[in-house]
Design a protein around this ligand. Structure first.
Ligand code: FAD
Length: 401
């Protein structure tokens, strides 16, 4: 049987390798870029966070999050690691549950997949962008700029629209639409949050550990903890990425950052009182030196409304309470999120109701399958999106068997 896989990213390579396990299949992988796995190379900051020990349906979103269950069950995290071991990749699991290649290099993941494609006789055609797909009496023909290909079965593994520079595109949605499928609204997720930077512009590049509250119209809608990084357009870092999905929901939004989260408000206030006693003649601009990044300390004091030229001894107890409040609830007005171009993942896609969860075959176009991010599934930050790519690629590659 002739099998065409459109897209040589994470899920497409997994689907092609799986289909090629059946010696009766002749598998061709069509990739529009000059090499396979280009986005994969950039994942995890070049380290490729390829899975997570804590994978479960709870880490996935979309109109039908339970759609992921059959794929994740039939090709679990343990199965995925065993599979990668079988093609030569050793992995390491961090205490957080995040799983990386032992080499700490994403190119190891891409390379072992490439070698395996070669070993299993998959015909890999790079620089081959599929422009159209047509249903025939039997199977499908797909058209690239130069060639036409026939597949008894076709797997669409074109990924989502996020990460444009790395190959993110809407082509997969369009190919599926041409066969009668629909597409939900698309939003960026796992992306930097844009904020009013008038008070924080000088903090560009500063990193801090923070507790984070995201409020919409005064109500807390999400919380997180972890590293945040100030940028010239707002705020970034893994803990911020994880909240970005909520921001896409709109409304009047504010982030409240707690820069001394191991300490209660009373403890912080007591620290400030003790410090005032210890160094009364210190200029106020150095008051928070010793507990926070110097630049961050000054920005907090200014945002709390204080002149930095005065001395610490001039502060009243009410002033100390105000400063304490700004350390524990530093406000950033949210103005939006960065676009799909900068995002790691796309929220939305082709509705999963149009596919069978147990095979990933289309309910509208028989013998056509879809995998990975082109479907309306997005995962949390931490290896969940790649695990969906591996598990869905594996399931689709079985071609309904
Ligand atoms: C910067 C960045 C970092 C990330 N880090 C992580 C991480 O550490 N862990 C994690 O779990 N997830 C991470 N992700 C998300 C993860 O990479 C994706 O969710 C995953 O790669 C999706 O797999 P996929 O197979 O659906 O699509 P992709 O891996 O995007 O592959 C789709 C492929 O299809 C090709 N293609 C598209 N249209 C056509 C066409 N018409 N014809 C031929 N080829 C086509 C594309 O060029 C591409 O190679 C990251 C994403 C980005 C952008």
């Amino acid at each position: 049987m002739k099998v065409l896989v459109i897209g040589g990213g994470a899920s497409g390579m997994m689907a092609a390798l799986t289909a090629a396990e059946d010696p009766h299949n002749q598998v061709t992988l069509l990739e529009r870029q000059s090499r396979v796995g280009r986005k994969l190379l950039a994942t995890g900051n070049g380290r490729c966070n390829l899975s997570n020990l804590h994978v479960s349906q709870a880490h996935y979103h979309g109109q039908q999050p339970d759609f992921v269950q059959p794929a994740l069950t039939q090709f679990s995290v343990a199965d995925t690691l065993a599979f990668f071991r079988s093609i030569g990749l050793l992995t390491v699991t961090e205490d957080s549950g995040k799983i990386y290649p032992f080499s700490d290099q994403s190119n190891s993941v891409v390379d072992v997949l490439r070698f395996a494609l070669d070993q299993r006789g998959v015909r890999v055609c790079c620089g081959s962008e599929v422009q159209s797909i047509r249903k025939k009496a039997r199977g499908y023909t797909v058209q690239t700029a130069e060639d036409s290909y026939f597949g008894d079965k076709v797997i669409v593994a074109c990924g989502g629209a996020a990460g444009g520079k790395l190959g993110g595109t809407d082509l997969g949605y369009r190919l599926l639409q041409s066969l009668g499928h629909s597409v939900t609204a698309l939003h960026p997720s796992l992306v930097q949050i844009k904020t009013d930077v008038s008070a924080t512009r000088s903090l560009k590049g500063v990193r801090a550990d923070a507790g984070i509250l995201l409020k919409r119209n005064g109500k807390t809608v999400a919380t997180n903890t972890g590293e945040v990084q100030f940028t010239d357009f707002g705020i970034s870092g893994p803990a911020i990425f994880e909240l970005s999905r909520e921001v896409s929901g709109g409304g009047e939004m504010v982030l409240l950052l707690d820069f001394l989260r191991p300490y209660s408000q009373d403890e912080v206030l007591q620290y400030l009182r003790d410090k005032q006693q210890a160094v009364p003649s210190l200029p106020l601009e150095e008051f928070l030196t010793g507990c926070l990044h110097n630049r961050l300390g000054r920005v907090i004091l200014k945002a709390a409304g204080f002149e930095l030229t005065r001395t610490v001894e001039t502060l009243t107890d009410a002033d100390l309470t105000t400063i304490c409040h700004h350390i524990k609830f530093f406000p950033l007005t949210v103005t939006g999120v960065m676009g799909l171009e900068q995002a790691q993942v796309t929220v939305g896609g082709v509705p999963t109701s149009e596919f069978r969860a147990d095979t990933l075959e289309s309910r509208l176009a028989p013998n056509l399958y879809a995998t990975g991010e082109v479907l309306d599934i997005d995962g949390d930050c931490g290896g969940y999106n790649l695990q969906w790519a591996w598990s869905s690629g594996r399931l689709a590659g079985k071609l309904g068997k």
